[in-house]
Design a protein. Structure first.
Lengths: 304, 260
């Protein structure tokens, strides 16, 4: 019908997709810049005092160099943190308390145990709330109220009570983690378990499906995307819970203990390395949940 | 027991209590459907045709009057899995592939895995979807999805098919094709089919009897017998006989002021 002289669409060269790392590098660069400037600004009072005490003339470059090389700075420079971080990771045996990875491992075990317990508790509560009107009315307000109490107020009590019952610190830390992380799981799962459409529910009714069948064959699979979204929040708060749980115990090991020791002895660089380790751990954990989510989605035939 | 009609409704009424005023969804419905019949409910939105189907399926409970399905209460019939229900949308579970979607009701019935699979494959073949067992719903067209849902309803091997505007969301070409397939299926199996539609030509093409309904309150205006012979093909729709039946249905709808 159409004749053959139609012009062929010009082959367009797709513009080179900007690397996903480029924007990230810009952001990191900006943060580092601000950090270095901030380190000078915050450390300047101490540094000028010391330089003045030396009784020699000094200029801006002396100030900057000194501000970035203090032993106990108010704000350490990024390279100081990086140096301390790599030293503490590579210069000591992995099971030495001087190795940051050792502390990360201690915190990680409590985080994971707490996360598993929180996941279990959150899912069980959600299943109860969805299936029972009494629990829906009676339990949900308490679940919400539980999160209005600052964790710092509860953590010492949990540690003392569980410790006096003879549980190891791992358990009391995990319980604090669980207390924080069951909440997003419970809320997300209640929404997820209620997410099937009316039509899908009616269908199960025409099959005379039992309530356990309805739960297992429809509600739970439908809730999985909600579960993973919640789990990403939960595993991050679980890490926070484990660190907070280490603060009041006077614990000898764990990132929280490391933070506490750092603040006792004014070792700000050590505090910052521990913070960096904690955030790397958090990113890795959320990433792992993301991987599990993708693997599950593939198993469930979700559109790629 | 097998002699009892598929559906008998006597003075059936259903009132929905809403926030402002009660809505009479069904008023004094009297209807009897024999086993093996193909009956359509037709009428504008709000006439209660879907509600009536849902009462038969025990998805709604009547407020007054009586209804029996295969000689028992709708609940007993549902518990015996006497019917397969096909909804307006396919309502496939997106995390199950085609085969597993069709096996779902059989899984709920507790059939052994081997039998589930052979039955599901048989029904998929019947609706012309052999070879698509491993596909997921999003990989299928709307018409194919609805065929999967029909295979799923058939896998229960029910005596009765309840269909609620199953082809309403499909394009006309697909719809014609599926109408013809459904008619062949009904002729081959002899199942009772109760079919809700708002298309006059669909109702006339498919059914032996057409129940014309009207809204406010939802009620039956007239039950029209369709004299068109069995073994209908799509081109019967161009015949004079077809036009006559369609005309009677249209007149009945107009008599109920259903066009207002």
């Amino acid at each position: 019908m159409t004749d053959a002289t139609l012009p062929l669409p010009a082959t367009r060269v797709a513009p080179a997709a900007p690397s996903r790392w480029a924007p990230m590098a810009v952001v990191v660069g900006c943060i580092l810049l601000l950090w270095y400037v901030g380190a000078v600004a915050l450390n300047a009072p101490q540094v000028t005092e010391r330089l003045n005490n030396l009784g020699q003339p000094w200029d801006w470059s002396d100030l900057v160099n000194a501000a970035w090389a203090m032993e106990r700075p108010v704000l350490p420079a990024p390279h100081q943190v990086a140096l301390d971080f790599t030293r503490s990771v590579f210069d000591h045996a992995i099971d030495s308390p001087r190795n940051l990875l050792f502390h990360a491992g201690v915190t990680l075990s409590a985080t994971l145990l707490g996360f598993m317990l929180g996941l279990l508790l959150g899912v069980l509560l959600a299943v109860g709330v969805v299936h029972s009107r009494v629990l829906d009315r009676g339990l949900l307000p308490w679940i919400i109220a539980s999160q209005t109490i600052p964790i710092l107020a509860i953590a010492p009590m949990a540690v003392v009570v569980l410790g006096s019952l003879g549980y190891p610190p791992l358990v009391s830390k995990a319980v604090i983690s669980m207390y924080l992380c069951f909440f997003p799981v419970a809320i997300g799962m209640v929404k997820g378990l209620r997410s099937p459409e009316v039509l899908q529910m009616d269908l199960m009714r025409t099959y005379s499906a039992s309530r356990p069948q309805l739960l297992w064959l429809l509600r739970l699979p439908a809730a999985l995307p909600f579960l993973f979204a919640s789990a990403k929040v939960a595993i991050a708060t679980s890490l926070v819970g484990a660190i907070v749980g280490e603060l009041p115990t006077g614990a000898q090991a764990g990132l929280g203990a490391r933070l506490l020791q750092g603040s006792y002895f004014g070792q700000t660089v050590q505090i910052w390395s521990a913070l960096v380790m904690a955030s790397l751990l958090g990113v890795a954990l959320v990433g792992l949940v993301g991987l599990a989510e993708r693997a599950t989605a593939r198993l469930m035939g979700t559109r790629a | 027991m097998s002699s009892s009609p598929a559906v008998v409704a006597k003075d059936l009424s259903l009132v929905f209590q809403t926030a402002d005023s009660p809505v009479i969804a069904l008023s004094e419905v009297n209807l009897s459907i024999e086993r093996g019949e193909f009956v359509s409910f037709i009428g504008p939105s709000g006439c209660g045709k879907t509600t009536l189907l849902r009462v038969i399926a025990d998805l709604e409970r009547a407020t007054s009057g009586s209804i029996s399905v295969n000689g028992m209460s709708p609940e007993a019939a549902r518990l015996q899995r006497a019917y397969g229900y096909v909804f307006q949308a396919a309502a496939l579970y997106p995390w199950r592939n085609v085969l597993k979607n069709v096996m779902l009701p059989l899984e709920i019935m507790g059939l052994p895995a081997a039998e589930r699979e052979s039955r599901a494959r048989e029904q998929l073949e019947r609706v012309g979807l052999s070879g698509f067992e491993g596909k997921y719903p999003w990989q299928l067209s709307g018409g194919m999805q609805q065929r999967v849902s029909i295979a799923r309803a058939l896998s229960l091997q029910p005596q009765m098919l309840l269909m609620d505007e199953p082809f309403g969301a499909l394009d006309e070409i697909t719809r014609d094709h599926l109408n013809e397939q459904l008619l062949r299926l009904w002729e081959a199996t002899g199942k009772t089919v109760i079919f809700v539609t708002h298309s006059i030509s669909e109702a006339v093409f498919l059914s032996q009897r057409i129940v014309v309904m009207s809204p406010r309150p939802g009620r039956i205006l007239e039950v029209i017998s369709n004299p068109l012979p069995a073994g209908r093909m799509l081109d019967i729709r161009d015949s004079v006989g077809f036009a006559e039946v369609a005309h009677r249905v249209r007149q009945a709808l107009r008599a109920g002021h259903s066009y207002d």
